[in-house]
Design a protein around this ligand. Structure first.
Ligand code: ADP
Ligand code: MG
Ligand code: MG
Length: 254
């Protein structure tokens, strides 16, 4: 479903210098599978998610990103989103003045319009939002507040999952959706991810820690260090990392 081949990516730092962050990443996530990306801070995990979703400033200099048989490496972010790619950010943005429900409805309609589908009606959207919010124990009161403004860490993560439940993406990338969560919020995220698991949907779960993977059983774990995948294996790889740390992989990558 997602096929990344020899991906190189650079950014231009604020001082104008070029910084090469991804140094030849190859990765294949078939439909129905959940792959975890683990790695030390600064190894390029977020950059990988930005390169795949097409964030401005993250330039692919070599390699390819194939999604459902289509090359997407040169597409605008919204074209990739219209094809069903969804990225949940490590640091969700606050949008003062925009009620969360309006934001979610606009996001859904933008996607539908980009696909040539009709917009969802207000009553239909409210029905959908109520059903999905209930599933995540999110109150409608919270959804009337501006996007993420004054939300707790756990509430922000719940909203990321709610957005995914409403948009029904074909492929999800979750970038450290577990960071800063207490155990209850962690379980909400994990339940949400497990709910979204489907034979026709793929997922890439980026995490620094193994504990989220106790609740989401990944099919494959990849270790990223210094912009390269240095090892791939089964779920046991996450436990090995928890015990031994990243040190030996950092050395290997260097
Ligand atoms: P991770 O998510 O694994 O912690 P990142 O992908 O965020 O790592 O960052 C990888 C490296 O690239 C880091 O050294 C980071 O400082 C650098 N980097 C990422 N984005 C930029 C940017 N826009 N400008 C300069 N350096 C960047
Ligand atoms: Mg980081
Ligand atoms: Mg990151």
């Amino acid at each position: 479903m997602l096929k990344i081949n020899n991906l190189h990516c650079k950014v231009e730092a604020q001082d104008g210098a070029e910084k090469f962050i991804l140094n030849g990443i190859s990765l294949e996530v078939p439909a129905g599978e959940v792959h975890a990306i683990m790695g030390p801070n600064g190894s390029g995990k977020s950059t990988l998610s930005y390169a795949v979703t097409g964030r401005d400033g993250y330039e692919v200099t070599e390699g390819s990103i194939n999604f459902n048989g289509e090359e997407i490496g040169d597409m605008a972010p919204e074209e990739r989103a219209a094809r069903g790619l969804y990225l949940s950010f490590q640091y969700p943005v606050e949008i003062p003045g925009v009620p969360t429900l309006i934001f979610l409805k606009e996001a859904l309609n933008a996607q539908r319009v980009a696909r040539g589908e009709a917009e969802v009606s207000a009553p239909d959207f409210m029905k959908l939002a109520r059903t999905k919010a209930k599933q995540l124990s999110i109150s409608m009161d919270m959804l009337k507040r501006p996007v993420n403004v004054g939300f707790s860490g756990g509430e922000k993560k719940r909203l990321e999952i709610l957005q995914a439940l409403i948009l029904e993406p074909k492929f999800l990338i979750l970038d450290e959706t577990d960071s800063g969560l207490d155990i209850d919020a962690l379980k909400v995220v994990a339940d949400g991810v497990n709910t979204l698991r489907a034979p026709d949907r793929g997922m890439l779960v980026i995490t620094h820690y193994q504990r989220l993977l106790d609740y989401i059983k990944p099919d494959v774990v990849h270790i990223l260090a210094a912009g390269r995948i240095v090892k791939s294996g089964g779920p046991e790889l996450a436990h090995e990392l928890e015990a031994e740390g990243y040190d030996k992989y950092i050395g290997e990558a260097a």
